[in-house]
Ligand binder design. Structure first.
Ligand code: HOZ
Length: 427
């Protein structure tokens, strides 16, 4: 496959943009080689600047559940743009999107829009601290909540791919109140609450982890999270940036039958435009300025274009529910890729919830950060490029989830399985 234009574009970008990219996850650091530069997207396909066409399982890392350039989203954004890009004053569409979010996720009684998942997570922990008057936040190793100083410790996603335990530039003071525990470790959680319960403002987690590859919580872990936070007066914060509106209309909390106090949203809620949001119980959310004392602000928060993209996306998901379709395809993919890996004699674990999945090059179940890190990332890199050679675009790291989109078809899945058979046999 010819990548000449991508290579030239990357060389130029590296002179002007650190590392040639505006976010490290896309630099192909976990798989080697240089990133392809994208010219456009069409439904389930990405087309690069060398006119190569790929079947896409990254979907811009999750937001594009409806596929690229979905007509309803394009129309909504085009109309909004014609009315004006931003006013820095309230618009009715912000309330419309807020209303739909509260209908789809009943634990969210009020919601505040921001411009990224990072901003939403940062604001949610400030709110937890402001609401409880306590400082300590518990996070879990391998979960990623954006590049918030206080949460950039043992973080997943590109921090894991690139081996960054804690970034330079994050002062010790910013993380001294962050307690990092092991995902799925009930005893560790109980111990933390026993010794420090009255200092814990909140516990933040990905309720199904996408950022160390796909990792699921145990029932016991979820039950302990809810009970311990409730009893200690701490807030349970669900980071549903990846899972929100994806695992079900009501997110991971719907399929887990959980009621977090605060939920962090991003990706799908913006339909591909830069949006984050955080919401929860009304008594908690009323602590946010100007209703309450916890400060948080943003010129482009609730931006009309972004709201239009998010609203059109959520309405489409509500009206045409693609979840069964995606589940069926995901099951077929799981069976096909698992068989292909077995035939090639490759130690593996295929882990999946709904349309989120990871093929771990790991003989054991991946339940936390330590087991995730035992995966053979070099082998994943070879698999990634072998799939690229067969026109399949996967997230470029072993430590990320891949996504089925509503526009994928059975034919796409068959093509992917056939490609994987060849790819796995050759690595
Ligand atoms: N949050 C995305 C999935 N882990 C990564 C996107 C990025 O860092 O560019």
């Amino acid at each position: 496959m010819n990548h000449t234009h991508s290579k030239t574009a990357f060389a130029k970008a590296q002179q002007l943009i650190p590392g040639g990219v505006n976010s490290p996850a896309r630099a192909f650091g976990g798989v080697g080689g240089s990133p392809i530069f994208i010219a456009r997207g069409e439904g389930a396909y990405l087309i690069d600047v060398d006119s190569n066409r790929y079947l896409d399982y990254c979907g811009s890392w999750g937001p594009l559940i409806l596929g690229h350039a979905h007509p309803r989203v394009v129309a909504a954004v085009t109309e909004a743009m014609a009315r004006g890009a931003t006013f820095g004053a309230p618009t009715e569409i912000e309330t419309q999107l807020a209303e739909l979010i509260t209908q789809l996720m009943p634990s969210i009684e009020m919601v505040r829009m921001v411009s990224s998942g990072t901003e939403a997570a940062m604001s949610a922990i400030r709110l937890a601290r402001g609401y409880t008057g306590r400082d300590v936040i518990i996070k879990f190793a391998g979960c990623y909540h954006g590049h918030v100083d206080a949460l950039l410790v043992s973080a997943g996603s590109s921090a894991t791919t690139l081996g960054v335990p804690t970034s330079p530039g994050v002062p010790k003071g910013c993380t001294q109140d962050t307690l990092v525990l092991r995902y799925n470790d009930v005893a560790g959680l109980e111990e933390a609450f026993k010794t420090k319960g009255d200092t814990i403002a909140g516990v933040i987690l990905e309720p199904v982890v996408g950022n160390m590859g796909l990792v699921t919580p145990t029932k016991e872990f979820l039950a302990a999270l809810r009970t311990l936070t409730y009893n200690a007066g701490s807030l349970l914060i669900y980071d549903e940036v990846m899972t929100g509106f994806r695992l079900a209309l009501g997110g991971a909390q719907q399929i887990q039958n959980m009621k977090p106090d605060v939920t962090v949203l991003g990706k799908i809620v913006g339909g591909g435009l830069p949006v984050g949001a955080y919401g929860g119980r009304a008594d908690i959310m009323r602590k946010i300025m100007p209703a309450g004392p916890v400060f948080q602000a943003g010129t482009l928060s609730g931006n009309p274009l972004a709201m239009a993209a998010g609203l059109a996306t959520l309405e489409e998901l509500r009206d045409r529910s693609p979840y069964e379709h995606m589940e069926k395809l995901a099951q077929q993919l799981e069976i096909g890729l698992t068989d292909a890996a077995k035939q090639a004699n490759i130690p593996h674990r295929f882990q999946r919830v709904g349309s989120m999945w990871t093929l771990f090059f790991n003989p054991d179940a991946v339940t936390d950060y330590d087991t995730a890190k035992k995966s053979d990332a070099a082998k994943f890199g070879r698999f990634f490029w072998a799939m690229m050679d067969r026109s399949i675009y996967l997230p470029c790291s072993q430590f990320e989830a891949a996504f089925i989109m509503a526009v994928h078809t059975e034919e796409h899945v068959k093509q992917t399985i056939a490609a994987a058979k060849e790819a796995l046999a050759g690595i």
